[in-house]
Design a protein around this ligand. Sequence first.
Ligand SMILES: *[C@@H]1O[C@H](CO)[C@@H](O)[C@H](O)[C@H]1NC(C)=O
Ligand SMILES: *[C@@H]1O[C@H](CO)[C@@H](O)[C@H](O)[C@H]1NC(C)=O
Ligand SMILES: *[C@@H]1O[C@H](CO)[C@@H](O)[C@H](O)[C@H]1NC(C)=O
Ligand SMILES: *[C@@H]1O[C@H](CO)[C@@H](O)[C@H](O)[C@H]1NC(C)=O
Length: 221
Amino acid sequence: MESPLILFFKVLFVTVTLELQAYGSLGCFEEERIGLLKIKDAFNHPNGSALSSWGGEGMDCCMWENVKCDGTTKRIVQIFLNRTKLFELVKNEGDWYLDSSLFLPFQQLQNLSLEGNFLKGFQGELRSSKLEYLDLSSNWLTEIPSLSAVKSLKFLNLEMNRFTNLSDHFRELTTLNNLEMLSLAYNDISGNIPMSIGALTTLKFLSFRNNELSGTLQEGR
Ligand SMILES: *[C@@H]1O[C@H](CO)[C@@H](O)[C@H](O)[C@H]1NC(C)=O
Ligand SMILES: *[C@@H]1O[C@H](CO)[C@@H](O)[C@H](O)[C@H]1NC(C)=O
Ligand SMILES: *[C@@H]1O[C@H](CO)[C@@H](O)[C@H](O)[C@H]1NC(C)=O
Ligand SMILES: *[C@@H]1O[C@H](CO)[C@@H](O)[C@H](O)[C@H]1NC(C)=O
């Protein structure tokens, strides 16, 4: 009935459509793509221009810069946001707090760097069940963030912030029973090294370099 030419175009149309759908399903997860755009807004509030390659035509956020997806699941496993916030924005807007819930869409996130962002603190508690590597160094944090919900954490860098004591949330860090590396070097912490540090039996590297701490490290408490 149908001419071979029309049939040919019909088959071609169906093939192209199917391939486009397949390509779409190879891209990143929609909630993660939207999540990244929200992070971009937070870093650029109110008029910055960082992460300019995020968004636009590229729907597959696995291809965006500073982001890495797992090759099989296409879930985002790494986000590098180091040195992304412009100093000018912080200077104009005042103390900058990052909303922890921005990271909730990333269920498989393993590595996160927020190094060098003039960050004063977090709003809310970071809840990221797969996070292993967290770099918060070179910020303006005055209080150790609450990380007791991030039980998977192995590597935590808190160097070069503005901590003056090890109270409150430091105790929570000692309940992270996968922690292998912890650095609080180059802060302004004074007082005694807390006994609770002995509870971190998985620890392989610990640095309190360049602080005003005294006392000794005790094992197995
Ligand atoms: C952003 O806004 C601030 C304060 O209103 C202004 O000083 C600055 O020039 C603006 N920057 C840009 C890139 O528009
Ligand atoms: C962020 O950190 C990664 C890994 O250490 C590095 O490759 C990249 O160049 C850094 N980006 C900036 C802007 O510093
Ligand atoms: C996370 O970072 C560590 C250290 O840089 C690296 O060895 C590991 O492959 C990264 N993990 C992922 C999922 O990219
Ligand atoms: C610890 O430092 C924080 C932030 O500067 C401060 O608010 C808090 O009062 C200090 N706690 C103690 C016990 O000194």
